[in-house]
Design a protein around this ligand. Structure first.
Ligand code: ADP
Length: 267
């Protein structure tokens, strides 16, 4: 899965990454068992991470509209113990949030020890939507890449492992998904006319994403560009990387503080 991990020394162009890529896997049926095993293993590792209570995992999800953030969360988090995972969506900042620096609302919800945190959108919105819509002047947002790298470094130095996923879909696939939302009664609630205005800014968003990905991929907090036109492949890739990362973290159940061998539980 390292093929999807960005290299801090090599800038990428999104148009060189094929959103239809499914690696060497031909069809969904070929990964069903593997995905199930990965999810079961993630669950087991989550238990140990929670019990260990020393480190945390932060998963950042970013994508163009309809890119599949919600679906990824639904699938990859489906087997997790809800007590050990917190999903945080980032919406248009509130008045209180706007009265603070842009990382204020983010730092408050980073995962505590033993927890897995999932960000549905994130602090990257402050160099994406803010840049594309001119919500702040360039002098302001252009400094944020470095600030974000420092912020993420602070987190990783203090025991949080960070995984950042950009779910990469094509403009044609977005059209299909928007049409599907329009035409399916129980998906229509997800359709907003504003999505069409955002779609018209596709190229500007791709450029803003390219900069965020290239400037903020670090050894400690890498970005993964996940081909996401095929939902099953996207879920498989994200689950694999989460599993691999938790395996590398190798969380350990704590030893009891005292010798328990003499303990007898009376009837
Ligand atoms: P989603 O599309 O993630 O399912 P919404 O439809 O509620 O959820 O969209 C959230 C909106 O909030 C997006 O349009 C996103 O660009 C916007 N947003 C998030 N963070 C910021 C920010 N820092 N500044 C301005 N807008 C933001």
């Amino acid at each position: 899965m390292n093929q999807y991990k960005l290299d801090p020394d090599k800038a990428i162009k999104l148009k060189d990454v094929d959103p239809d890529d499914t690696g060497d896997i031909k069809q969904k049926a070929d990964i069903r068992d593997k995905l199930e095993k990965d999810l079961a293993r993630i669950r087991a590792l989550q238990e140990a991470l929670y019990a260990e209570h020393k480190r945390s995992l932060l998963i950042v999800l970013q994508a163009m509209d309809t890119g599949g953030k919600d679906g990824t969360i639904e699938h990859v988090c489906s087997g997790l113990n809800p007590q050990g995972v917190v999903v945080t969506p980032f919406k248009v900042p509130s008045a209180e949030e706007m009265a603070h620096d842009y990382l204020w609302r983010v730092h408050k919800v980073t995962p505590g020890k033993g927890m897995i945190g999932v960000f549905n959108r994130s602090h990257y919105e402050d160099v994406l939507v803010v840049r594309v819509h001119d919500l702040a002047p360039k002098e302001v947002w252009s400094k944020r890449y470095e600030q974000i790298n420092h912020f993420e470094r602070l987190l990783t130095d203090n025991g949080t492992v960070i995984l950042k996923f950009f779910l990469h879909i094509s403009k044609a696939e977005q059209k299909e998904r928007l049409l599907d939302r329009l035409n399916t009664p129980d998906k229509r609630w997800k359709f907003a006319l504003g999505d069409l205005k955002e779609r018209a800014l596709w190229d500007q968003y791709q450029e803003a994403y390219e900069d965020a990905l290239n400037k903020c991929t670090t050894a400690a907090a890498p970005w993964y560009v996940v081909p996401a036109n095929k939902k099953w492949y996207r879920n498989y890739v994200v689950a694999r990387i989460v599993r691999q990362t938790l395996e590398e973290m190798d969380p350990q159940y704590p030893q009891p503080a005292e010798d328990l061998s003499h303990v007898v539980i009376e009837d």
